[in-house]
Design a protein around this ligand. Structure first.
Ligand SMILES: [Zn+2]
Length: 180
């Protein structure tokens, strides 16, 4: 009979639980992105979780707030800091449907979030390694773990559907997507 390697088993179990948790919270981030879609905002959503509890959430509201910095992550960081009455979000994980842009990656570093989990890569303006790497290309001694690709197709599909719909509504097939 094969002997069970307890340590290996524990590690595998921990990895599986983490993957399940990532999927669960990414679903919530997708729900936030859907809210943006309903509000005719580029559908990107974010939730921030600490100790298994959602402490912040946000979706892109650039148009409604008329604020170029109103990205899902920035708004979620603000709500999380309010919830904790503390701007330091050590130990928190930020789930977002699209790879954070350099501005948001900077805000994530400044807010001390410990881990980023994102859905789809942003091949135009990804700030976590795809076009620029704000997270590791600095002299800060604050490592932030990054996991990408959770429900990537679903997250990207939402964006594609949004731009298709916008083009149809505008009757302009040459419209360029706005930055978010
Ligand atoms: Zn951003």
């Amino acid at each position: 009979m094969a002997e069970i390697n307890t340590e290996e088993f524990q590690l595998e179990l921990a990895a599986r639980l983490l993957a399940e948790e990532d999927q669960r919270f990414m679903r919530m981030a997708i729900r936030e992105a859907e809210k943006a879609f309903e509000e005719k905002e580029i559908p990107i959503g974010c939730v921030i979780v600490k100790d298994g509890v959602v402490i912040g959430r946000g979706h892109n509201q650039i148009e409604m707030l008329k604020d170029a910095t109103a990205h899902a992550e920035i708004l979620a960081i603000g709500t999380a800091a309010s919830a904790l009455s503390n701007w330091r979000l050590d130990g928190a994980t930020l789930y977002v449907t699209l790879e954070p842009c350099p501005m948001c990656a900077g805000a994530i570093l400044n807010s001390r979030v410990s881990r980023i989990v994102y859905g789809s890569k942003d091949t135009r303006f990804g700030g976590c390694g795809t076009t620029i790497d704000v997270i590791t290309d600095n002299a800060l001694k604050r490592p932030v773990a990054v996991t990408g690709g959770i429900f990537a197709e679903e997250c990207l599909g939402l964006l594609k559907r949004f731009f298709q719909q916008m083009r149809l509504e505008k009757g302009d097939s040459g419209a360029k997507p706005q930055q978010s």
